[in-house]
Design a binder for this molecule. Structure first.
Ligand code: SF4
Ligand code: SF4
Ligand code: FES
Length: 335
Protein backbone atom coordinates (compact mmCIF):
# COMPACT_ATOMS: atom_id res chain seq x y z
CA UNK A 1 0.00 0.00 0.00
CA UNK A 2 1.05 3.59 -0.48
CA UNK A 3 1.49 5.78 2.60
CA UNK A 4 2.39 9.46 2.53
CA UNK A 5 4.92 10.46 5.18
CA UNK A 6 4.60 14.11 6.19
CA UNK A 7 7.84 15.03 7.89
CA UNK A 8 8.30 18.28 9.79
CA UNK A 9 11.75 19.43 8.73
CA UNK A 10 13.71 22.29 10.23
CA UNK A 11 17.17 23.81 10.22
CA UNK A 12 18.50 25.61 13.29
CA UNK A 13 17.02 29.13 13.69
CA UNK A 14 14.56 28.72 10.86
CA UNK A 15 10.85 27.96 10.57
CA UNK A 16 9.73 24.36 10.23
CA UNK A 17 8.40 23.17 6.86
CA UNK A 18 6.37 20.08 6.00
CA UNK A 19 7.85 17.80 3.36
CA UNK A 20 5.90 14.85 1.99
CA UNK A 21 7.31 11.52 0.84
CA UNK A 22 5.04 8.84 -0.69
CA UNK A 23 6.25 5.28 -0.07
CA UNK A 24 5.08 1.75 -0.90
CA UNK A 25 5.08 -0.10 2.43
CA UNK A 26 3.81 -3.17 4.27
CA UNK A 27 1.74 -2.75 7.46
CA UNK A 28 4.46 -4.53 9.47
CA UNK A 29 7.20 -2.08 8.44
CA UNK A 30 8.42 -0.01 11.37
CA UNK A 31 8.42 3.77 11.11
CA UNK A 32 12.22 3.57 11.29
CA UNK A 33 12.31 1.16 8.31
CA UNK A 34 10.28 3.73 6.36
CA UNK A 35 12.49 6.66 7.36
CA UNK A 36 15.57 4.66 6.33
CA UNK A 37 14.03 3.97 2.92
CA UNK A 38 13.08 7.62 2.45
CA UNK A 39 16.67 8.59 3.25
CA UNK A 40 18.27 5.89 1.07
CA UNK A 41 15.87 6.02 -1.89
CA UNK A 42 14.47 9.56 -2.01
CA UNK A 43 16.28 12.19 0.06
CA UNK A 44 19.70 11.70 1.61
CA UNK A 45 19.49 15.08 3.40
CA UNK A 46 16.82 13.91 5.86
CA UNK A 47 18.31 13.80 9.39
CA UNK A 48 17.18 11.53 12.23
CA UNK A 49 18.81 9.48 15.01
CA UNK A 50 18.86 5.69 15.15
CA UNK A 51 21.11 2.92 16.34
CA UNK A 52 19.93 -0.46 17.65
CA UNK A 53 16.67 -0.76 15.61
CA UNK A 54 15.38 -2.89 18.50
CA UNK A 55 13.95 -0.69 21.31
CA UNK A 56 17.19 -0.83 23.27
CA UNK A 57 19.25 2.30 22.73
CA UNK A 58 16.53 5.01 22.93
CA UNK A 59 18.00 6.96 19.99
CA UNK A 60 15.03 7.00 17.64
CA UNK A 61 12.39 8.79 19.76
CA UNK A 62 10.33 11.29 17.75
CA UNK A 63 6.74 12.49 17.56
CA UNK A 64 4.75 10.06 15.45
CA UNK A 65 1.26 11.28 14.68
CA UNK A 66 1.36 13.72 17.56
CA UNK A 67 2.75 11.60 20.40
CA UNK A 68 6.34 10.82 21.31
CA UNK A 69 7.37 7.22 20.58
CA UNK A 70 10.23 5.07 19.31
CA UNK A 71 10.34 4.84 15.50
CA UNK A 72 11.76 1.31 15.69
CA UNK A 73 8.89 0.14 17.92
CA UNK A 74 5.84 1.54 16.13
CA UNK A 75 4.76 0.16 12.79
CA UNK A 76 2.76 1.49 9.86
CA UNK A 77 -0.26 -0.77 10.39
CA UNK A 78 -0.76 0.06 14.07
CA UNK A 79 -0.18 3.79 13.47
CA UNK A 80 -2.80 3.93 10.70
CA UNK A 81 -5.25 1.92 12.82
CA UNK A 82 -4.70 4.32 15.73
CA UNK A 83 -5.38 7.33 13.50
CA UNK A 84 -8.46 5.67 12.04
CA UNK A 85 -9.80 5.05 15.54
CA UNK A 86 -9.24 8.69 16.55
CA UNK A 87 -10.85 9.86 13.33
CA UNK A 88 -13.95 7.68 13.73
CA UNK A 89 -14.48 8.90 17.29
CA UNK A 90 -14.40 12.52 16.08
CA UNK A 91 -17.80 13.98 15.17
CA UNK A 92 -16.40 16.43 12.66
CA UNK A 93 -14.75 14.01 10.22
CA UNK A 94 -16.01 11.72 7.49
CA UNK A 95 -15.96 8.24 9.07
CA UNK A 96 -15.56 6.43 5.76
CA UNK A 97 -12.39 8.29 4.90
CA UNK A 98 -9.37 5.95 4.81
CA UNK A 99 -6.25 7.45 6.30
CA UNK A 100 -2.96 6.85 4.52
CA UNK A 101 -0.80 9.61 6.00
CA UNK A 102 1.69 9.48 8.86
CA UNK A 103 3.11 12.68 10.34
CA UNK A 104 6.56 12.69 11.91
CA UNK A 105 7.96 15.58 13.95
CA UNK A 106 10.92 16.10 16.27
CA UNK A 107 10.59 15.60 20.05
CA UNK A 108 9.18 18.54 22.01
CA UNK A 109 10.72 20.61 24.82
CA UNK A 110 14.14 20.55 23.14
CA UNK A 111 15.49 22.78 20.36
CA UNK A 112 15.86 21.30 16.89
CA UNK A 113 19.35 20.85 15.48
CA UNK A 114 18.17 19.52 12.13
CA UNK A 115 14.93 17.85 11.02
CA UNK A 116 14.19 15.12 13.60
CA UNK A 117 17.44 15.55 15.55
CA UNK A 118 17.05 17.61 18.74
CA UNK A 119 19.58 19.07 21.15
CA UNK A 120 19.23 16.93 24.29
CA UNK A 121 21.64 18.95 26.47
CA UNK A 122 18.92 20.04 28.93
CA UNK A 123 17.70 16.45 29.18
CA UNK A 124 21.16 15.22 30.23
CA UNK A 125 21.85 18.24 32.47
CA UNK A 126 18.61 17.65 34.34
CA UNK A 127 19.48 13.99 34.80
CA UNK A 128 22.82 15.03 36.26
CA UNK A 129 20.99 17.41 38.66
CA UNK A 130 19.42 14.48 40.56
CA UNK A 131 22.83 12.84 41.20
CA UNK A 132 21.95 9.62 39.37
CA UNK A 133 24.69 7.50 40.94
CA UNK A 134 24.62 5.23 43.97
CA UNK A 135 26.39 7.05 46.79
CA UNK A 136 28.46 5.10 49.27
CA UNK A 137 30.17 8.20 50.65
CA UNK A 138 28.86 7.71 54.20
CA UNK A 139 29.83 4.05 54.33
CA UNK A 140 32.88 1.93 54.57
CA UNK A 141 33.32 0.60 51.05
CA UNK A 142 33.64 -3.19 51.30
CA UNK A 143 36.41 -5.09 49.57
CA UNK A 144 33.92 -6.93 47.43
CA UNK A 145 30.58 -5.85 45.99
CA UNK A 146 27.52 -4.94 48.11
CA UNK A 147 25.03 -7.75 48.31
CA UNK A 148 21.32 -7.13 47.85
CA UNK A 149 18.46 -9.50 48.55
CA UNK A 150 16.28 -10.39 45.54
CA UNK A 151 13.52 -8.27 47.15
CA UNK A 152 15.81 -5.23 47.44
CA UNK A 153 16.94 -5.69 43.85
CA UNK A 154 13.39 -6.06 42.57
CA UNK A 155 12.62 -2.50 43.74
CA UNK A 156 14.94 -1.27 40.98
CA UNK A 157 13.55 -3.33 38.12
CA UNK A 158 10.96 -0.92 36.74
CA UNK A 159 13.06 2.25 36.83
CA UNK A 160 16.11 0.29 35.66
CA UNK A 161 14.29 -0.28 32.36
CA UNK A 162 14.63 3.37 31.32
CA UNK A 163 16.53 3.68 28.04
CA UNK A 164 16.77 7.51 28.24
CA UNK A 165 14.85 7.99 25.02
CA UNK A 166 13.37 11.38 25.97
CA UNK A 167 9.76 10.57 25.02
CA UNK A 168 8.47 11.49 28.49
CA UNK A 169 10.50 14.71 28.59
CA UNK A 170 9.14 15.67 25.17
CA UNK A 171 5.52 15.39 26.37
CA UNK A 172 5.97 16.88 29.84
CA UNK A 173 3.59 19.80 30.41
CA UNK A 174 5.41 20.97 33.52
CA UNK A 175 8.70 21.08 31.65
CA UNK A 176 7.09 23.17 28.92
CA UNK A 177 6.22 26.02 31.32
CA UNK A 178 8.84 25.64 34.05
CA UNK A 179 12.46 25.52 32.96
CA UNK A 180 13.51 24.67 36.56
CA UNK A 181 11.62 21.35 36.56
CA UNK A 182 14.05 18.50 36.01
CA UNK A 183 11.59 16.31 34.14
CA UNK A 184 10.07 12.83 34.44
CA UNK A 185 13.13 10.84 33.30
CA UNK A 186 15.29 12.45 36.00
CA UNK A 187 12.73 11.89 38.76
CA UNK A 188 12.22 8.27 37.73
CA UNK A 189 15.99 7.85 38.06
CA UNK A 190 15.84 9.78 41.36
CA UNK A 191 13.42 7.19 42.75
CA UNK A 192 15.73 4.43 41.60
CA UNK A 193 18.42 5.99 43.82
CA UNK A 194 16.07 6.53 46.78
CA UNK A 195 14.99 2.88 46.59
CA UNK A 196 18.51 1.47 46.25
CA UNK A 197 19.52 -0.28 49.49
CA UNK A 198 23.20 0.44 48.75
CA UNK A 199 22.77 4.21 48.65
CA UNK A 200 23.69 6.12 51.80
CA UNK A 201 22.43 9.55 50.76
CA UNK A 202 18.67 9.07 50.92
CA UNK A 203 17.85 11.95 53.31
CA UNK A 204 19.86 14.52 51.31
CA UNK A 205 18.31 13.26 48.10
CA UNK A 206 14.79 13.69 49.47
CA UNK A 207 15.63 17.24 50.60
CA UNK A 208 16.89 17.99 47.09
CA UNK A 209 13.86 16.51 45.31
CA UNK A 210 11.55 18.40 47.72
CA UNK A 211 12.97 21.82 46.78
CA UNK A 212 10.67 24.40 45.13
CA UNK A 213 9.22 23.32 41.81
CA UNK A 214 12.40 21.88 40.33
CA UNK A 215 11.72 18.49 41.93
CA UNK A 216 8.61 16.42 42.55
CA UNK A 217 6.32 19.34 43.42
CA UNK A 218 6.81 20.82 39.94
CA UNK A 219 4.93 17.89 38.36
CA UNK A 220 1.35 18.70 37.35
CA UNK A 221 0.34 15.00 37.30
CA UNK A 222 -0.81 15.19 33.70
CA UNK A 223 0.06 11.48 33.22
CA UNK A 224 1.56 12.01 29.74
CA UNK A 225 4.94 10.58 30.76
CA UNK A 226 3.35 7.32 31.88
CA UNK A 227 1.23 7.09 28.74
CA UNK A 228 4.10 7.50 26.25
CA UNK A 229 6.96 5.67 27.98
CA UNK A 230 7.89 2.73 25.72
CA UNK A 231 9.49 0.81 28.61
CA UNK A 232 6.71 1.11 31.19
CA UNK A 233 8.94 2.96 33.60
CA UNK A 234 5.87 4.99 34.73
CA UNK A 235 7.71 8.15 35.81
CA UNK A 236 4.62 9.67 37.43
CA UNK A 237 4.30 6.58 39.63
CA UNK A 238 7.92 7.01 40.73
CA UNK A 239 7.36 10.73 41.41
CA UNK A 240 4.39 9.80 43.59
CA UNK A 241 6.55 7.35 45.58
CA UNK A 242 9.15 10.06 46.22
CA UNK A 243 6.38 12.43 47.35
CA UNK A 244 5.15 9.80 49.79
CA UNK A 245 8.65 9.40 51.27
CA UNK A 246 8.81 13.20 51.70
CA UNK A 247 5.30 13.49 53.16
CA UNK A 248 6.11 10.77 55.71
CA UNK A 249 8.99 12.89 56.99
CA UNK A 250 7.52 16.40 56.87
CA UNK A 251 4.98 18.49 58.79
CA UNK A 252 2.32 20.66 57.09
CA UNK A 253 4.08 23.80 58.33
CA UNK A 254 7.28 22.92 56.43
CA UNK A 255 6.21 24.24 53.01
CA UNK A 256 3.20 25.16 50.90
CA UNK A 257 3.63 22.07 48.72
CA UNK A 258 3.52 19.77 51.76
CA UNK A 259 0.51 21.66 53.18
CA UNK A 260 -1.26 21.41 49.81
CA UNK A 261 -1.17 17.63 49.91
CA UNK A 262 -1.83 17.15 53.65
CA UNK A 263 -4.64 19.75 53.88
CA UNK A 264 -6.33 18.37 50.77
CA UNK A 265 -6.53 14.88 52.25
CA UNK A 266 -7.66 16.14 55.68
CA UNK A 267 -10.43 18.35 54.21
CA UNK A 268 -11.71 15.56 51.97
CA UNK A 269 -11.68 13.24 54.98
CA UNK A 270 -13.60 15.79 57.03
CA UNK A 271 -16.26 16.76 54.50
CA UNK A 272 -16.15 14.31 51.58
CA UNK A 273 -15.02 17.14 49.33
CA UNK A 274 -12.95 20.29 49.69
CA UNK A 275 -14.12 23.32 51.63
CA UNK A 276 -12.33 25.83 49.40
CA UNK A 277 -12.42 28.62 51.99
CA UNK A 278 -10.53 26.46 54.47
CA UNK A 279 -8.21 25.22 51.75
CA UNK A 280 -7.08 28.78 50.89
CA UNK A 281 -6.64 29.81 54.52
CA UNK A 282 -4.75 26.66 55.51
CA UNK A 283 -2.56 26.15 52.42
CA UNK A 284 -1.82 29.66 51.16
CA UNK A 285 -2.39 31.45 54.49
CA UNK A 286 -0.60 28.73 56.51
CA UNK A 287 -3.38 28.72 59.14
CA UNK A 288 -3.28 32.60 59.45
CA UNK A 289 0.50 32.54 59.96
CA UNK A 290 1.30 33.81 56.45
CA UNK A 291 -0.35 37.24 56.19
CA UNK A 292 1.21 37.97 52.81
CA UNK A 293 -0.24 34.72 51.47
CA UNK A 294 -3.65 35.53 52.93
CA UNK A 295 -3.63 39.02 51.42
CA UNK A 296 -2.77 37.52 48.01
CA UNK A 297 -6.11 35.68 48.19
CA UNK A 298 -8.13 38.83 48.93
CA UNK A 299 -8.63 40.05 45.31
CA UNK A 300 -9.89 36.61 44.22
CA UNK A 301 -12.16 36.35 47.28
CA UNK A 302 -13.62 39.80 46.60
CA UNK A 303 -14.27 39.04 42.93
CA UNK A 304 -16.01 35.80 43.91
CA UNK A 305 -18.08 37.66 46.52
CA UNK A 306 -19.18 40.32 44.00
CA UNK A 307 -20.21 37.68 41.48
CA UNK A 308 -22.08 35.65 44.09
CA UNK A 309 -19.67 32.74 43.79
CA UNK A 310 -18.15 32.83 47.26
CA UNK A 311 -19.42 29.85 49.25
CA UNK A 312 -20.78 31.30 52.51
CA UNK A 313 -21.40 27.90 54.04
CA UNK A 314 -20.10 24.39 53.53
CA UNK A 315 -22.24 21.27 53.23
CA UNK A 316 -20.43 17.98 53.73
CA UNK A 317 -21.04 15.53 50.90
CA UNK A 318 -23.52 12.70 51.41
CA UNK A 319 -20.85 10.03 51.07
CA UNK A 320 -18.40 11.53 53.58
CA UNK A 321 -18.28 8.39 55.71
CA UNK A 322 -17.45 6.19 52.70
CA UNK A 323 -14.82 8.65 51.45
CA UNK A 324 -13.23 8.69 54.90
CA UNK A 325 -13.18 4.89 55.07
CA UNK A 326 -11.64 4.75 51.59
CA UNK A 327 -8.82 7.16 52.51
CA UNK A 328 -8.13 5.33 55.77
CA UNK A 329 -8.11 1.98 54.04
CA UNK A 330 -5.70 3.22 51.32
CA UNK A 331 -3.43 4.73 53.99
CA UNK A 332 -3.34 1.52 56.00
CA UNK A 333 -2.65 -0.54 52.87
CA UNK A 334 -5.57 -2.75 53.90
CA UNK A 335 -7.01 -3.44 50.42
S1 SF4 B 1 11.18 7.06 31.46
FE1 SF4 B 1 10.47 6.01 29.62
S2 SF4 B 1 10.00 7.68 28.21
FE2 SF4 B 1 11.25 8.54 29.81
S3 SF4 B 1 13.35 8.46 29.04
FE3 SF4 B 1 13.00 6.58 30.25
S4 SF4 B 1 12.31 5.06 28.76
FE4 SF4 B 1 12.12 7.05 27.77
S1 SF4 C 1 2.93 13.64 35.02
FE1 SF4 C 1 4.37 15.21 35.75
S2 SF4 C 1 6.38 14.55 35.05
FE2 SF4 C 1 4.86 13.33 33.91
S3 SF4 C 1 4.61 14.49 32.01
FE3 SF4 C 1 3.02 15.23 33.43
S4 SF4 C 1 3.92 17.00 34.47
FE4 SF4 C 1 5.60 15.89 33.45
S1 FES D 1 16.98 2.61 17.22
FE1 FES D 1 17.45 2.05 19.27
S2 FES D 1 15.57 2.37 20.31
FE2 FES D 1 15.05 2.71 18.23
Amino acid sequence: MEVVFKIIRQQQNSHPVVQTYPLQVEPGNTILDCLNRIKWEQDGTLAFRKNCRNTICGSCAMRINGRSALACKENVGSELARLQKISSSSLSTNHNHTINEITIAPLGNMPVIKDLVVDMSSFWDNLEAVAPYVSTAARQVPEKEFLQTPQERSLLDQTGNCIMCGACYSECNAREVNSDFVGPHALAKAYRMVADSRDSNQENRLENYNEGTKGVWGCTRCFYCDSVCPMEVAPLEQITKIKQEILDRKKASDSRSIRHRKVLVELVKAGGWIDERQFGIQVVGNYFRDLKGLLSLAPLGLRMLVRGKFPLSFEPSEGTQQVRSLIESVKSGDW
